[in-house]
Design a protein around this ligand. Structure first.
Ligand SMILES: CC(C)(COP(=O)(O)OP(=O)(O)OC[C@H]1O[C@@H](n2cnc3c(N)ncnc32)[C@H](O)[C@@H]1OP(=O)(O)O)[C@@H](O)C(=O)NCCC(=O)NCCS
Length: 204
């Protein structure tokens, strides 16, 4: 099977973790990264930074797949770029670490990255353009809507719902059946035992 050539959008620290996940499987060939103007010409883990956001329509003539390798607390940045690349026409395959466990009964959308050590159990549903970061545990029937970042080592217990654009910090533990509103931020290391409204900023 020929490999899918893919452009990574974002050339910072999270891009390094994405590259590591991609290199552990035979599915993709990294064509290069998109960075800031001053980063162009540099390299990340040996891959060239080949352009900036504005070059994406031109790059689409040659490369048809892209992945957003920006890992921010502010999910708006990733979500705006996702809309742009879908408008251009890029395909956005989900990237799943061979060191993750994803149930056959889970449903994973497009443009996601499921990183090393993640467990996603039966009945879980993940939308599009999400980061499920290293060692996160997504229990049965959890729903994660589009454009969320579920950070390292976090635990989302059964039936939790995370609405669009929400950031869940590292090592957060969310009680079963809890619902978190859209565009919220949950600070690292916290336990969440109550539902949170849209745009919540939860620091305990
Ligand atoms: C929630 C967060 C985004 C807030 O960052 P910030 O806007 O810079 O705010 P500050 O750090 O100035 O904190 C504001 C207040 O909230 C408190 N606070 C922030 N994060 C907290 C946390 N996780 N637990 C408890 N209190 C917290 C601070 O002590 C501070 O209280 P004060 O006003 O009484 O001094 C940040 O603390 C955080 O948790 N980031 C996530 C890091 C992470 O998980 N990264 C993983 C990427 S994979």
């Amino acid at each position: 099977m020929s490999k899918i050539e893919i452009i990574l959008i974002g050339a910072g620290g999270h891009a390094k973790s994405c590259i590591d996940v991609i290199e552990k499987q035979d599915k993709f060939k990294i064509a290069g990264l998109i960075g800031k103007r001053e980063e162009v010409g540099g390299k990340v883990c040996g891959y060239n930074i080949i352009g900036v956001d504005n070059d994406l329509p031109d790059l689409f003539k040659q490369y048809k797949s892209a992945h957003i390798s920006i890992g921010q607390i502010n999910t708006d940045i990733r979500n705006n770029i996702y809309s742009q690349i879908k408008k251009i026409g890029f395909s956005t395959p989900s990237i799943i670490s061979p060191n993750a466990y994803v149930s056959d009964h889970a449903d994973i959308g497009n443009g996601n990255i499921i990183m090393h050590g993640v467990i996603i159990n039966a009945g879980a549903k993940i939308g599009n353009n999400c980061i499920i970061n290293t060692k996160a545990l997504i229990e049965h029937d959890v729903q994660i809507e589009d454009g969320c970042h579920i950070s390292t080592n976090s635990i989302l217990n059964g039936n939790v719902k995370i609405c669009t654009g929400t950031f869940v910090g590292s090592s957060v533990c969310i009680k079963n059946n809890i619902s978190i509103g859209k565009n919220s931020v949950i600070g690292m290391g916290l336990s969440v035992r109550q539902d949170l409204d849209d745009k919540s900023r939860f620091t305990g």
